[in-house]
Ligand binder design. Structure first.
Ligand SMILES: N[C@@H](CCC(=O)N[C@@H](CS)C(=O)NCC(=O)O)C(=O)O
Length: 227
């Protein structure tokens, strides 16, 4: 046993990134399932003690507690037997991984706001909040497609890293509503295929919950990219 206890729900993008990293590196961990759709993150007192923000993922390593997926991904790489490509020791490549993990929150994670507003809260696409978020997201996808992935096969270089995991899990959240928000961004489309191929069977295994949600049609279907 690695001694890790992860508070998680596979329908959450940052949770999946952490679970895939653990799985692919064969690191055992104890799962505390926090079902977001049932509001369990708001009531689970053990989670609240680990993360006073009541958000997941959150991690316990013995008595050491940690929240924020980017910090958790890095901590696992720094403390467990993880292949070097995930968080390379080379300072320049590592800095590029860190650059993405920081940029992610203001540039890509914003897609969550769109998802929650349009498909969970059922606001119309013309809602000013949604329009603003989409503009920002298109600008960020354009940067990834025409800059980041033009220079490199993966975000930080020639190998897949935790930065790619973080991005892939965020973009694939829209698969729940049958939507491909990166359609037409050819380098991103190619990169998604490459990542999924490299990560499987661990990617599909951890994606099963969102695929079930998609099949259930619970949040509807919106196949139009970036509509
Ligand atoms: N910046 C945080 C975001 C964590 C987060 O927003 N988690 C979501 C699940 S994807 C959550 O717990 N949501 C519950 C809520 O917002 O009430 C991270 O990367 O870990």
């Amino acid at each position: 046993m690695s001694g890790l206890k992860l508070f998680t729900d596979p329908i959450s993008q940052p949770c999946r990134a952490v679970m895939i990293l653990l799985d692919i590196n064969k690191i055992q961990f104890e799962t505390v399932l926090i079902q977001i759709l049932k509001g369990e993150h708001k009531t689970n007192q053990e989670l609240k003690a680990v993360n006073p923000n009541c958000l997941i993922p959150a991690l316990l390593d013995g008595t050491f507690s940690l929240y924020e997926s980017g910090a958790i991904l890095r901590y696992i790489c720094n403390t467990r037997p993880v292949a070097d490509n995930w968080y390379p020791k080379d300072p320049k490549i590592r800095a590029k991984v860190d650059q993405y993990l920081d940029w992610h929150h203001s540039a890509i994670r914003i897609s969550t706001v769109w998802f929650l507003a349009q498909y969970v809260s059922k606001k119309p696409p013309s809602d000013p909040e949604i329009v603003k978020v989409k503009e920002k997201l298109v600008a960020s996808l354009t940067i990834l497609d025409s800059h980041t992935l033009k220079e490199n096969k993966f975000i930080a270089g020639e190998n897949i890293s935790i930065a790619d995991l973080q991005l892939l899990c965020e973009l694939s959240e829209f698969w729940i509503v049958n939507k491909n928000i990166y359609a037409g961004f050819q380098r991103i489309e190619e990169w998604v295929k490459n990542c999924v191929e490299l990560l499987n069977p661990h990617f599909d295994h951890n994606n099963a919950a969102i695929m079930q949600l998609k099949e259930s049609g619970a949040l509807g279907s919106d196949p139009d990219p970036l509509k």
